[in-house]
Every structure is written in structure tokens, then in C-alpha cells.
Design a protein around this ligand. Structure first.
Ligand code: ADP
Length: 838
């Protein structure tokens, strides 16, 4: 008999699992994945059952006290995935399981008990306590465990309830108690007597004639309704009041029920179902490969992951939609991951309108209750498609057939704030493997490590090389207004190949030599003026990461670097010093440029506000909008800013953030990058890759209009390969140089890294602990005769966070996780395959 179970305790500080026994009445109903209450020390806590155990570790096991929810809260595939994530990230199993529970379903759950309406009951055969429970539920509607406790004092009713649940008389499920969140209920009214009896009712419903009539009308309205109705409906129909309902209920003629309703964040949003367009030839070729892969899923042999490589606007989303459709037709379900929802509003809407009623959207701005209900609807099989950011990967969908990771290179896919520190794209691949599903990863600028997988044969590569011009009519209209010939190169039906926008690189050193000290080059100035004259729109982009951190020469472009590591030195305002965050080297800011001897050594320091101010000075007639961390702090701000811009309430959008994708902005014909190399000069091996990605994405923004879209990259380092290749839309060229650099310097994909971080409010303590731990690590490496390298310890680039000093150690090798397995580094953050070394 399966009477022992292993339980992962749902307390953040507990990483071990524990064995418990099942009392007789729970045997059979507690299964792997069940959410249970167990005694733990002096507390009663919640935990998730991992598996059955044949022989418990301890002779004297404690019992599982209760089952919170009849249905397991984790599907079998989720259980396997949790184990795998824990293995891959070195995070405790408990926190990986927590990823899969909806927020708020913490240890303070309760049970919601409801009568099974489909079940005929013969009360005579029931024991007194059973009768009492059933009558309570009949009278008061659904009840929570705590309400039941209050109603039935001093009687152990839980065991009896479990018996009723097994017989199908009642349903039980976990709920979140108030005040945090609870299933939403509405009050409804129904007749408590047979409708036919109303005609024969002899009882006066009130001494007052008028009131009697009114209450009679209430009953008559209710005889016509087959379902319980809301009180407001009765008030309107019978001209009744709250008092009337109370009086009728006291007489036992009607019943007021608390009924549960789903909170649907999409309720009330109207989506016009859009029909799929005919595929272009490129899409057709891609589709043939993908559909072959999807048919393999049906046969239980999922294909290799697909990397769908195509510039913004090349028709990737259309292929995701088609793949989801095929998946649903095969009776399976799909998860579609997008970067932050606020950056991808149109993509989400396309899924909603193509699959009306079947899509659940998860995102951080949902209330806890809305998320919880979406989670339960997914678990009940009521949703076939889940769209959302990284957390959507962990929704409980049975029969998963497809996972899509749109913009798979995006930084928001890395969880870097709390453990487990996982990476969505690779976790999606793992999840698909566990579930036997297909996975499509789409991007215009895949990470070097991702593209490398297609070269090594682990992933299949599909390319969509051309851009599609949709919305021909809108664009034709603007073209006519402006008297421009549409430069369409070739086309099929509603679509045409747009070509890529023209990108120019402006050398800012020369601007300075020619006496232009403005942050806008002459080319940029005249391009902005043209946009304003022709009532088009421009985006001015400023890379947020890395601004105001390094020091360079405005005359020759020289960046002050570490003589030992060749990494840009970081400026620290407090000490007015430069420092290397790889090796710790420090020096004063030079007065003259070491390369050209000029005196124009400056720290980079242009914020969006400054750019906006400069725009106003140069172009007083321009209407500007700012899109940065400050202006988007309020809820809904992203949407508001974008709407204003798309409605042409502004001419120039100045931003540090880029739309990840999805917005068609046909009037944006100019994208200007204020300083293209900003992100390059960060001391991180992925800095070049990130800069290339952001410049390419930014450049892709302009060309969605055939009205002459162009991109201007201003830079003091015009020769840099990231800038050059981005300007030529040359991913392959970038990859070739970058992979050579990675090979030479032994960075991923040729090695793997683990980043260990320690934080302390006392800087000396932080350093001391870091040094000590490095010593311990060296000992471990020696004892295993491992070839793992230790880099550091050094202070992190962002050296303070929340008032605490950060130090880090990097481990590098073929598998640097090996020496950390089954070893403890308490108080250290352990990040496997860190997305950033800053
Ligand atoms: P991506 O996801 O690569 O950015 P999309 O799928 O969003 O590309 O396609 C870009 C634009 O072209 C969208 O407006 C889309 O509706 C349209 N589109 C895509 N495929 C077709 C097609 N076969 N026929 C007509 N329009 C299309």
C-alpha cells in the first residue's frame, strides 16, 4: 500500500524534503503533486507531495494532516520540470516548485467546499454530521474551511468531509483566504420552493398591501428564471428592495446564494477574430519544416527546437499563430512566451483575436485574484493557449504540444532577482522535452550561444530573410498625401518585400573637428528637420545601460581602458577614480588623452531629459514625448505613451526603451541613435552582443514604412564591428567576429560560467568573505583535480545595491557546476550561466 510520501515544504528557507505517512482516509486521494498540510516543528505548514516512498527515512513519521485541494496543484510534467530546473540552476527544489504555484497560494490556504449539484441525495441515509454539513452547504452555498469551523464547533468534520468528497457528494479545492485574495463571489437569488406552489400561497407576505404585492412580484419573476438571478435584476423587474429579499428568505420562500465567478482579465475586451492571411513563399517554406516537426509531436517524437531567425516584420508571428492552430487541432495546448507584455501589446492582441475564448493572458499587472483564477482555469483544461512573460512557462497545462518563445534573446527572459536564476529560452527547451512538445524560438538577433546551437546541430535553423509590408492601403494613403512613389520591390497579394532601411554611421569625432559641439550631428539635424517638415515621425534612442559610466576622448574616441584586462574602466564619482571591475585596477582620471594628447576627456553623460531639452532648443516647433524609466513608472504609462505617439500627438519619441516588437508605426521614417557605442563599454563579455542586438532592433524600427525610412547611428567608434554589422543588417558577419572573440578568450559557448555573489552592508566584511570563499573554492577545485578556473574575487560593476556592497567570483570551465553540487555556500547567490557579469 502506498502510504508514505516525500513532501517539499513550502517555506522559503527550507530546501530539504521530508517523509510523512498518510492516514487511512487520505490514502488514494493524496498523490504526487498534491498540496497538503503537514506538521513541521511546531507549525502546520503547506507542502507539495513529490512522490510515494517505500521505506521512510525515519521510523517514527508524522502524518499528513490534510489535503488542501482534491486535484494535484502540479501536473506530472511540472514535477519533472521542477526537478530539472533545480538540477540546472543549483537552486533548492522548493523554490523551483514555487515557480509553478500561483502567487499568493502560500502556506495560508484554505479549502473551498461546495455541493456537487449533479448528485441526487438521500438525506435519510446520512449520518447526523453528514446531514449537518450538507444542509449547511445547501443553505449557505459554498463555504470555506474556516467558515465550516465556525459553523460546526467542537466536532471533527474534516474526516467526514473527505468521505463525502470521495463519494462525489461535495467538491473541495484550495483557495486563498481573504483579505489577500479569494475566489470572487456574487450574491444571487433563487426560489426555495416549487414554482407551482406560488399560485396556492395563502400566506400574507406583509400586512401592508403594497409591500405584499411587491414581494409577490419578486416570486413571480423568479418562477420565470431557470437560473439564480442577481438582486439588481429583481429590484428592476419587481420594483423590490433589499428588505423584501430578506423577508422572503426568512419565510423560506427564496434563497440567497453566494456563487463563485471567474475573474477574467479579458472580460469585456472585444476581439475581432482575424482570419489568417495566405502565407508568403518564405513563410511557406518555413511552415513546411515546422509542420513536419509538429506532426512528429503527434507521434510522440518531438523534433529538435526550431530557431526561427527573421528580422522584425518578416512574418514570424504569423507562423507562431499557424503553429498554435495546428497544435490545437491536434488536441494539444500551447504556451506562447513574449517579453514584457507592455512592450508587445499588438502581439498579444493577435493571439486573442485568432483564438477567441481559448486564450489566457498572464502578466504582472493582473491582480493576484485574476492570476489565481487564470491558473485554475488552465488547470481545469478550460484554456488552450497561455500567452505571457516568463512566468507563463510554468502554467499547469496538460497535453502541452507547443512552446513558442518570441524574441528569445530578450533580457527579460532571464530571472536575475530571486532564485531559481533560470533562463527562459533554455528552460522552455527543457520543458518541451519533458512534455514531449515542440518548441519554436524566434528572434531577429538570437544570442550567440543560441545561434551556436544551430551550428552544432542541437537546434534546427529556419530563416525568414525578407520583410513583409502589410497595411498597403494605409501606407498608400500616406504616400499619396506626401506625393511619394511607393518603392515596392516585389510583392504577393496584400504583401510586398520591403527591403531593409538605409543606415548611416556618423563619425562624431569629425563633427567636433568641424566645430559642431551639439549632441546632434549635422546629418541628424537635417533629418529631424525633414521629418518635421513632412509631418512624419522620428524616434531618438539612447541606450540606458552603461551611460555615464566610462570616460572617453571626444577628439579621437579613445576609451580609457585597463592596462591588464583591456576592459573599459568605470568612473566612480565619489572618489573621482577609474576602476577595472574585472581585476580591481584603479587610477585617476587622466587630464589629457593618452592617445592624442587632447584635453577633451569626458565622462559620457547624456540623459533623455537632456536630449529632449536639446531637441526643443534646436526645433522649437517639435512636439516631443519621453519614454524612459521615469515616465513609465505609473501603471498603464507604456500604453498611454504609445497611443499618443501612434495617434500622432507627438513628432519625436525620445526613449531609452525600445518596443520589443509588434507595433506598426508607418509614419516613423527616422530612427536616430544618439551614441551607438554606449553599451559597448561595459565590462562584460556580452556587452558587444547586447549592443549589436539593441542597435539592430532599433534599426528595424524605422524600416516599417516605405516612405523612406532611415536610421542614423552617431558614434565616436565608427569602426567597431558591432556598429558596422548592425548598420549593414549583417547578423552572420557579427556572429563570425563575435564567436572568434569568444573562442579566443574562452567565453561561452566554449566554456560555461557560474557567477557567485556576496553582499554585505560593511564593505570590509564583503571583501573578506569573498576572499575566504575564494580560498574554499580553490580547495574544492584542488581536491577534485578539476580544471575549473577562478576569476576574482572583485567588486561587481554595480558595486552597491540596496546599500550593500557586492563582490563576485566567476568560475569557468566545461562544467563549473560540478564542484558546487552537494556543497553549501550559505548566503551566496549562485548563478549558473549568468546572463551578465555586471
Ligand atoms: P514578425 O513577427 O517577424 O515581426 P509579423 O508576423 O508580425 O512579423 O508580420 C509583419 C506584418 O506583416 C504584420 O502586420 C502581419 O500581419 C503581416 N503579415 C505577416 N504575414 C503575412 C502574410 N502572409 N500576408 C499578409 N500579411 C502578413
Amino acid at each position: 500500500m502506498r502510504s508514505y510520501v516525500e513532501v517539499a515544504i513550502n517555506l522559503p528557507q527550507i530546501s530539504d524534503t521530508y517523509h510523512y505517512h498518510l492516514p487511512e482516509d487520505l490514502i488514494g486521494s493524496v498523490r504526487p503533486g498534491s498540496l497538503v498540510i503537514v506538521p513541521f516543528g511546531k507549525q502546520r505548514v503547506q507542502g507539495v507531495v513529490l512522490d510515494y516512498v517505500n521505506t521512510p527515512e525515519v521510523a517514527d513519521t508524522k502524518p499528513v494532516e490534510d489535503l488542501v485541494d482534491e486535484k494535484p496543484v502540479l501536473t506530472p510534467t511540472q514535477m519533472t520540470l521542477a526537478h530539472q530546473v533545480s538540477e540546472d540552476t543549483l537552486a533548492p527544489l522548493g523554490v523551483c516548485i514555487n515557480l509553478m504555484l500561483p502567487p499568493g497560494l502560500s502556506q495560508y490556504t484554505d479549502t473551498l467546499i461546495s455541493l456537487n449539484p449533479g448528485r441526487k441525495l438521500d438525506l435519510e441515509e446520512r449520518s447526523p454530521i453528514e446531514k449537518r454539513i450538507i444542509n449547511l452547504l445547501k443553505k449557505r452555498g459554498d463555504l470555506r474551511g474556516r467558515q465550516m469551523d465556525a459553523a460546526i464547533h467542537h466536532v471533527e468534520w474534516r474526516g467526514v468531509l473527505r468521505k463525502l468528497a470521495r463519494e462525489g457528494v461535495v467538491h473541495t479545492q484550495s483557495i486563498l483566504p481573504p483579505p489577500r485574495v479569494s475566489p470572487k463571489t456574487v450574491r444571487k437569488v433563487t426560489l426555495a420552493i416549487n414554482p407551482d406552489d406560488i399560485a396556492n400561497l395563502e400566506e400574507r407576505l406583509s400586512r401592508v398591501h403594497r409591500v405584499h404585492d411587491r414581494r409577490m412580484r419578486v416570486l413571480q419573476v423568479l418562477t420565470r428564471e431557470s437560473e439564480p438571478v442577481e438582486p439588481s435584476w429583481l429590484y428592476a423587474q419587481a420594483d423590490a428592495k433589499y428588505n423584501d429579499l430578506q423577508a422572503l428568505e426568512e419565510k423560506g420562500l427564496i434563497q440567497q446564494l453566494e456563487l463563485q465567478v471567474w475573474r477574467d482579465p479579458l472580460e469585456g475586451t472585444i476581439f475581432i477574430p482575424a482570419s489568417p492571411p495566405e502565407l508568403t513563399q518564405d513563410q511557406q517554406h518555413a511552415w513546411e519544416e515546422i509542420s513536419t516537426g509538429l506532426s512528429k509531436v503527434k507521434r510522440g517524437q518531438p523534433p529538435h527546437p526550431f530557431l526561427l531567425h527573421g528580422v522584425t516584420g518578416s512574418g514570424k508571428t504569423e507562423l507562431y499563430l499557424k503553429s498554435v492552430k495546428a497544435t490545437l487541432e491536434a488536441g494539444k495546448r500551447a504556451i506562447v512566451l513574449v517579453p514584457e507584455i507592455s512592450l508587445t501589446p499588438q502581439t498579444v492582441k493577435r493571439f486573442l483575436s485568432r483564438f477567441p475564448g481559448q486564450v489566457g493572458v498572464v502578466h504582472s499587472q493582473l491582480s493576484e485574484g485574476e492570476r489565481y483564477d487564470t491558473w485554475r482555469r488552465a488547470r481545469n483544461g478550460e484554456l488552450s493557449v497561455i500567452v505571457g512573460p516568463r512566468s507563463a512557462l510554468f502554467m499547469p497545462l496538460e497535453d502541452l504540444g507547443l512552446i513558442v518563445v518570441d524574441e528569445c534573446h530578450h533580457e527579460s527572459y532571464d530571472q536575475t532577482d530571486t532564485p531559481p536564476y533560470y533562463h527562459t529560452a533554455s528552460t522552455a527547451v527543457t520543458a518541451a522535452r519533458v512534455a514531449g512538445a515542440a518548441v519554436i524560438l524566434g528572434s531577429a538577433t538570437p544570442r550567440v550561444t543560441q545561434y551556436y546551437k544551430t551550428i552544432s546541430g542541437d537546434w534546427s535553423y529556419i530563416e525568414l530573410p525578407h520583410r513583409i509590408l502589410a497595411h498597403r492601403e494605409i501606407i498608400a494613403h500616406h504616400a499619396q498625401r506626401l506625393g511619394i512613389d511607393l518603392p515596392i520591390i516585389s510583392g504577393e497579394g496584400q504583401t510586398a518585400d520591403l527591403g531593409l532601411p538605409k543606415v548611416s554611421i556618423v563619425d562624431m569625432r569629425q563633427e567636433l573637428q568641424s566645430g559642431n559641439r551639439s549632441i546632434f550631428s549635422r546629418e541628424m539635424q537635417s533629418a529631424i528637420q525633414h521629418v518635421l517638415d513632412t509631418q512624419q515621425q522620428a524616434i531618438l534612442f539612447l541606450n540606458r545601460r552603461g551611460s555615464a559610466t566610462y570616460v572617453f576622448c571626444r577628439s579621437c574616441g579613445y576609451v580609457v581602458k585597463c592596462p591588464r584586462d583591456d576592459k573599459p574602466l568605470t568612473y566612480h564619482r565619489g572618489s573621482n577614480q577609474l576602476m577595472c571591475h574585472t581585476c580591481g585596477y584603479r587610477r585617476q582620471v587622466p587630464k589629457r588623452c593618452p592617445q592624442c594628447g587632447g584635453r577633451q576627456i569626458r565622462q559620457l553623460g547624456t540623459g533623455t531629459e537632456k536630449v529632449e531639452q536639446m531637441v526643443r532648443e534646436h526645433f522649437p516647433e517639435a512636439r516631443t514625448l519621453r519614454w524612459d524609466a521615469e515616465t513609465t513608472r505609473k501603471k498603464g504609462a507604456h500604453d498611454r505613451i504609445l497611443t499618443q505617439f501612434t495617434n500622432q500627438q507627438a513628432d519625436i519619441l525620445i526613449g531609452t526603451q525600445m518596443l520589443a516588437k509588434g507595433l506598426d508605426l508607418p509614419l516613423v521614417t527616422l530612427v536616430g541613435v544618439i551614441l551607438a557605442e554606449v553599451g559597448l563599454n561595459l565590462p562584460d563579455y556580452r556587452a558587444t552582443e547586447r549592443t549589436f542586438q539593441v542597435l539592430t532592433q532599433v534599426a528595424g524600427r524605422a524600416g516599417r514604412s516605405p516612405l523612406g525610412g532611415r536610421v542614423i547611428l552617431q558614434t565616436y567608434e565608427p569602426g567597431n564591428y558591432a556598429i558596422q554589422t548592425a548598420a549593414h543588417h549583417d547578423y552572420a558577419g557579427f556572429y563570425e567576429q563575435e564567436i572568434a572573440y569568444r573562442r579566443e578568450l574562452r567565453y561561452p559557448p566554449f566554456t560555461r560560467l557560474v557567477r557567485l555573489e556576496y553582499r554585505h552592508h560593511d564593505p570590509r566584511q564583503a571583501e573578506e568573505t569573498a576572499q575566504q570563499t575564494a580560498g574554499v573554492l580553490r580547495g574544492w577545485i584542488r581536491s577534485e583535480e578539476s580544471s575549473i578556473e577562478i576569476i576574482g574575487p572583485v567588486p561587481c560593476f554595480f558595486s552597491r545595491l540596496y546599500g550593500r556592497y557586492r563582490w563576485q567570483i566567476i568560475l569557468r570551465g566545461v562544467d563549473p557546476t560540478r564542484i558546487l553540487r552537494d556543497r553549501q555556500l550559505p548566503d551566496w547567490i549562485v548563478e549558473v550561466d549568468p546572463p551578465s557579469l555586471l
